[in-house]
Design a protein around this ligand. Structure first.
Ligand code: APR
Length: 331
């Protein structure tokens, strides 16, 4: 049987961590692409040399040549600059928009049937950029944010409760990180609603820590997190490759769903929502019934995503006015 192929663009901290998690799960053959040819080649070789010890069978190749990604089922985009202390994710928009746009065009050229999973920040705006630049149908473009945000929330709840992370279920919606929408009403521990086990103050503290969880790590390390974000990517990739129909929170294309942009007519937004993931990528958005305060929080978060996308559109229009035709499919 032919093995699946996962290509990862950007062989830095997050890209390399994606490769390690994918290899450890033996998800398929792995390709690492980076503008730094030697870095991608070196990391691929280094990881492959762990195979006899870790006992995984997959080919791992690296380099700057995009023809390596041909035939990929999944292409993960991690290329871009990460945050430094004092920066918000939004501060990365100008640089990363140019990088993600050029990478997505290459993906469309060399792996036209792939499902794209974007990790570069600011996430919700970069997924939109990848969608426009690749020209892919929206169900084959996704962003990883929710899997990480939920994992962070579950990790903090488990520290508070002293129970296994495995027994905690949670749901979050909206944009990535600071303005995500936590839903304690949909959070449970082995089926027991979380508010029966923790006070509101303690739940709120876990929510707050999850929201700024990325910033906490940037402060500690001087750069963005990578193990857990990469883990979120590979959770999505596994669901797609194995056609598992898992319901995972992803940045997915929405119009009328969750009332994100009811009149969008083909130019909607990518927002964190629970999705069924299978062979085709995003197969369905699952709509939970929200109460008035949850809906208001989501509307606020969606507005932030729209503001970021407006910046993307403005930058693209400016570039085109200057005759650069850098992001031709964005405007
Ligand atoms: N094509 C391919 N690779 C590129 C390009 C490009 N046009 N531009 C930059 N890169 C590569 C860099 O050479 C580097 O190896 O992207 C890699 C980024 O790696 P890191 O600097 O280690 O950053 P990382 O921590 O992986 O974060 C990447 O993901 O989580 C987000 O906020 C984070 O936007 C950031 C992105």
């Amino acid at each position: 049987m032919r093995r699946a192929k996962i290509s990862i663009i950007g062989a830095g901290n997050t890209g390399a961590a994606c490769a390690v998690w994918a290899a450890s799960k033996e998800l398929g053959d792995i390709v690492l692409i980076d503008i730094a040819d030697g870095v991608a080649k070196g990391k691929a070789l280094d990881l492959y040399q762990s195979a006899p010890i870790e006992r995984f069978d997959c080919n791992i190749q690296g380099g700057s040549d995009y023809s390596l990604i041909e035939g990929s089922e999944i292409v993960v985009i991690t290329a871009g600059i990460p945050r430094k202390p004092g920066m918000s994710r939004d501060d990365l928009i100008k640089t990363n928009m140019g990088i993600v746009s050029s990478v997505a065009e290459k993906v469309a050229q060399f792996a036209p049937e792939a499902v794209i999973i974007v990790l570069s920040n600011p996430l919700d705006a970069m997924v939109y950029t990848a969608w426009k630049a690749s020209g892919f149908p929206a169900h084959r473009v996704l962003g990883q944010a929710g899997c990480l945000d939920v994992a962070r929330f579950r990790a903090f709840l488990s520290m508070e409760l002293g129970c296994s992370v495995e027994d905690i279920q949670a749901l979050l919606l909206g944009g990535h990180g600071d303005d995500m929408v936590p839903l304690p009403r949909f959070t449970s521990v082995h089926g027991i609603p979380i508010d029966q086990l923790l006070s509101k103050e303690k739940i709120d503290a876990c929510v707050q820590r999850a929201k700024v969880g990325g910033g906490e790590i940037v402060q500690l390390m001087g750069t963005s997190a990578y193990y857990a974000p990469a883990s979120g990517v590979i959770q999505m990739a596994e669901a797609i490759i194995k056609d598992k129909k898992r319901i995972l929170p992803c940045a997915a294309y929405c119009e009328q769903e969750y009332n994100v942009a009811p009149g969008a007519k083909g130019d909607g937004y990518f927002v964190g929502v629970p999705c069924v993931l299978g062979k085709g990528g995003m197969e369905k958005i699952v709509e939970a019934k929200l109460d008035a305060s949850e809906s208001a929080l989501l509307a606020e978060s969606v507005q932030h995503v729209k503001d970021l996308v407006a910046v993307v559109k403005k930058l693209a229009a400016e570039k085109n006015e200057q005759g650069a035709v850098m992001f031709p499919k964005l405007v």
